[in-house]
Design a protein around this ligand. Structure first.
Ligand SMILES: *[C@@H]1O[C@H](CO)[C@@H](O)[C@H](O)[C@H]1NC(C)=O
Ligand SMILES: *[C@@H]1O[C@H](CO)[C@@H](O)[C@H](O)[C@H]1NC(C)=O
Ligand SMILES: *[C@@H]1O[C@H](CO)[C@@H](O)[C@H](O)[C@H]1NC(C)=O
Ligand SMILES: *[C@@H]1O[C@H](CO)[C@@H](O)[C@H](O)[C@H]1NC(C)=O
Length: 293
């Protein structure tokens, strides 16, 4: 009885002083690469995690080799602007070339986010990681979607920049066509690959353009009777269709737009996660339906 009491008391003390260890240990599993000398746990300092909290991942040996493997060595560095209130840039799209973990066990490398089963860690020390990732093919049933802001952030309309989404993650509804959206179960199977990049727009002379059109999907009140937005649907192949001035649904290829959640738009302050609380930046001139490439 007293031994039991001591064990419980010790656990309670541990739980009090090391909540990060107790709460996060063995929650998220990631993979170590075949032949890696890493143990069963990976302790990641706050400096390498997007939320700036240290995490402990459980390490498994279940990485499956793939055709599109990419090996890299990189310093993992969290995006410290997540914790600040600074507005980033005037156009508001934030793209950073950084590698770090998210608390959910995603690995960001460059602009790409990899799910735990899509990468493995060979070594990790002093914030430097050696890893192997499976580059996605971005094919029909595995869309690659450009997310305007880093994961964990959405577009904040008041500051016109990316801001932390207050814990609610943006997760887009996917459609098969203009009328039919995927059920939660169908959606679950797809798991889009997210890339934090702005649209690749070009002027007619071929030079890169950062003049994006932006369309909030929550209708704006134009006058007492009229609400206005452009109907848009993100398709399960990663392209976007919109109801154009031509009275037809037109397609925007996946590289010519980015989409994200939005907050602080009109009377809605915090991020709701609703499909209407999304914004699309694209290379399209909606008045002519031309795609500025
Ligand atoms: C950011 O702004 C919010 C709301 O204005 C405030 O509550 C928070 O403390 C600010 N954070 C920092 C790091 O300044
Ligand atoms: C949209 O897709 C659904 C399901 O695949 C189908 O039943 C429906 O006819 C399609 N609608 C149009 C307009 O293509
Ligand atoms: C998606 O479709 C399902 C039916 O398959 C429906 O219940 C759900 O409300 C739809 N979600 C959205 C956001 O339109
Ligand atoms: C291409 O066109 C844009 C907009 O008209 C202009 O700002 C830019 O200087 C041009 N670039 C070249 C290389 O001519």
């Amino acid at each position: 009885m007293s031994i039991f009491y001591h064990v419980v008391a010790t656990l309670l003390i541990l739980a009090e002083y090391l909540p990060w260890l107790v709460l996060t240990a063995s929650v998220v599993s990631i993979n170590k690469c075949p032949g890696s000398s890493l143990g069963n746990r990976l302790y990641v300092p706050a400096s390498a995690v997007n939320s700036l909290e240290r995490v402990t991942f459980r390490l498994r040996n279940e990485f499956k080799a793939c055709k599109n493997e990419l090996h890299f060595a990189s310093e993992l560095r969290a995006d410290t602007s997540l914790k600040s209130n600074d507005t980033i840039g005037e156009i508001g799209l934030k793209t950073i070339d950084m590698s770090y973990f998210t608390t959910d066990g995603l690995l960001r490398h460059g602009s790409d986010y990899y799910y735990p089963e899509e990468y493995c860690i060979s070594s990790f020390s002093g914030g430097n990681v050696k890893a192997t990732v499976c580059k996605p093919l971005c094919k029909r049933n595995r869309p690659c979607i450009r997310k305007c802001c880093p994961i964990g952030e959405v577009m904040d309309m008041e500051s016109a920049g990316c801001k932390p989404a207050g814990g609610k993650l943006w997760s887009p509804v996917l459609y098969t066509n203009e009328t039919h959206n995927l059920s939660d179960e169908e959606r679950e199977k797809i798991r889009p690959h997210f890339i934090n990049l702005p649209p690749s727009c070009k002027y007619s002379n071929g030079s890169a353009s950062e003049e994006y059109s932006s369309i909030p999907l929550r209708p704006l009140r134009v006058n007492e009777y009229q609400l206005e937005t452009i109907p848009m649907r993100l398709l399960k192949d990663g392209s976007l269709i919109y109801y154009a001035i031509t009275d037809k649904w037109e397609t925007i290829p996946k590289d010519l737009f980015c989409i994200d959640g939005m907050q602080n738009f009109g009377e809605v302050k915090s991020y709701t996660g609703l499909p209407s609380d999304q914004i699309v930046f694209s290379c399209v001139d909606y008045y002519t339906a031309n795609q500025r490439r």
